[in-house]
Design a protein around this ligand. Structure first.
Ligand code: NAP
Length: 492
């Protein structure tokens, strides 16, 4: 428990996705009660609240895509559906009494560090200013939808929306629909809407590597066993962890191992797609794993449908009533769905963050986002990032990384207890050294084989992925080494 004889620091958390909620639970458990979570929307859930497109589901197994400290034994299937995951998050809010700490409809516009008082001043878009000792950002990497830069996009007269902001008021039945993008989101909703629409023109810039999804509903006796034998539930979780973890080496060191998966994907496509032209287009021409490997059992059958047209000609522009490709062909559309992903490497965007000596975070990151252990940034004392730079995974559950970060932040708060009134600022040389190790680890990884992906920022630097095993990350974040930090007294 946090010592009662020291003043409990005030803590602001931005975001109520898996990061913000889990951090708040751990803080409360440790006795930190002076805690506010700021949420821009009117509901918790982060990406699981925002992504409500048909077929939205997780591509990591539910028993491992949930907190280790809050097992759910009755997942309906191996890979949870969006509404079930959101329900789990809401259950956590209820069970751990987080409701009283959350302020909804409170979007942060900027946060600046006042070094005279060692406080963060956090301004909301309505002009209100809140003050805290500690600022924890939990805004995720996938919360800002990327609108593509395509000429004429605002000229279109039909319905247009992003997959992460699905327009449920629009009835897609019998419509001519254009979908732009073939990433993780598209492969989930295209099979769903292909059954409803009249025609679906799917604009593919690069094909995705898609493997079968080993998914199925849990049988009632399996759920019974998970709840009656918690040891089995935990063992099942560990088995998933190690199965997923074993793939890390293939991504970072032995790319050749991924060829087995490429063969499997090709075989699956050949089995499901009868049109030779579609089959030719759907097989990627880049190293498997360079972009996220996707899993689905209904993607290839959907592509094979006669009302689905796979367009690989580049998009030239959007017309008032459709999409025009580089060959001059006009593809009529009643609606355009942008499945064009997120601005992943623009961490914390669009919040303006100002640290010591008026230093702006964008300026500090002009050569690419960087944070010590993905959590602290030099010049921004007492600010802790969850799911920060280089902590994303392609092979395992991000919740494991988040839980490592929760521990590290708690350890930082404990360290701060010993320096009353001080703010901790990571030493620049430690941050630099950490970044060099991460970037060296990413050299020669499968993400470095020449494809474009959301792992790379505009300069081609991978500021998103962690280059290895998750247990090495857990080990490196198990304790704070106070020598990595300067403990600063208020400047006056
Ligand atoms: P994404 O994987 O980044 O895919 C975006 C797609 O849009 C790509 O096919 C891209 O083509 C295309 N695109 C972007 N700009 C374009 C343009 N100007 N013209 C034509 N095509 C364009 O985005 P996402 O599908 O939303 O997925 C993002 C991430 O979210 C995933 O990798 C995953 O981590 C997460 N996600 C997870 C789940 C889950 O099951 N847990 C589900 C959905 C999403 P190029 O490939 O050529 O760039």
């Amino acid at each position: 428990m946090h010592r009662a004889n020291t003043e409990s620091p005030s803590i602001l958390i931005i975001g109520t996705g898996f990061g913000g909620l889990g951090m708040a639970i751990q803080l409360k458990k440790a006795g930190y009660q002076n805690l506010i979570l700021l949420e821009k929307a009117n509901r918790v859930g982060g990406t699981w609240r925002d992504n409500t497109y048909p077929g939205a589901a997780c591509d990591v197994q539910s028993h491992f895509y949930s907190y280790s400290f809050e097992p759910k034994h009755d997942w309906s299937r191996k890979f949870g559906l969006q509404h079930e995951i959101l329900g789990y998050m809401e259950h956590c809010v209820e069970k751990y009494g987080l409701g009283e700490h959350i302020r909804f409809n409170s979007e942060v516009s900027d946060a600046s560090f006042d070094q005279r008082l060692n406080r963060w001043n956090v301004t909301l878009t309505n002009g209100e200013v809140l003050t805290s000792h500690i600022l924890i950002t939990a805004t995720g990497q996938l919360n800002q939808p990327a609108w593509p830069k395509i000429e004429g996009l605002n000229r279109f007269r039909g319905r247009i929306f992003h997959s992460a902001r699905w327009d449920h008021d629009y009835d897609i039945t019998g419509k001519k629909v254009a979908v732009i993008g073939t990433g993780a989101s598209a492969i989930q909703f295209v099979p769903e809407i292909a059954k409803q629409v009249r025609t679906l023109n799917l604009f593919q810039r690069n094909a995705a590597w898609v493997l079968p999804k080993p998914d199925r509903p849990f049988r009632p006796w399996e759920q019974w066993l998970f709840s009656k034998l918690p040891v089995w539930d935990r063992l099942y979780r560990y088995l998933i962890y190690w199965k997923n973890e074993s793939r890390a080496l293939a991504f970072t060191r032995f790319k050749g191992l991924l060829e087995t998966f490429a063969r499997q994907a090709r075989k699956e496509a050949q089995k499901r797609i009868t049109d030779p032209e579609k089959l030719r287009k759907i097989i990627p021409d880049y190293q498997i794993g360079c972009k996220r490997i996707l899993i689905s059992n209904d993607w290839y059958p959907a592509i094979n449908q006669s009302n689905v047209n796979l367009v690989t000609e580049a998009i030239r522009e959007i017309a008032t009533d459709g999409v025009i490709t580089a060959d001059g062909k006009h593809h009529p559309a009643d609606a355009i769905i942008l499945a064009t992903g997120f601005r992943a490497s623009e961490f914390l965007s669009p919040i303006t963050i100002t640290g010591r000596n008026g230093r702006n975070l964008n300026e500090a990151w002009k050569d690419g986002a960087v944070a010590f252990k993905g959590i602290t940034v030099s010049g921004f004392p007492n600010m802790f990032m969850l799911y920060g730079p280089n902590t994303n995974l392609a092979h395992n559950s991000i919740l494991y990384m988040l839980e490592s970060q929760f521990r590290y932040v708690l350890d930082c708060l404990k360290a701060l207890d010993k320096y009353p009134g001080a703010a901790m600022d990571v030493r620049e040389d430690r941050q630099e050294r950490f970044s060099q190790v991460v970037q060296a680890g990413l050299k020669g990884s499968v993400w470095d084989t020449g494809c474009t992906s959301w792992y790379l920022d505009e300069n081609g630097k991978n500021t998103v992925n962690w280059p290895g095993f998750t247990f090495t990350y857990r080990f490196s974040t198990r304790h704070v080494d106070t020598a990595d930090y300067r403990f600063l007294n208020p400047a006056n």
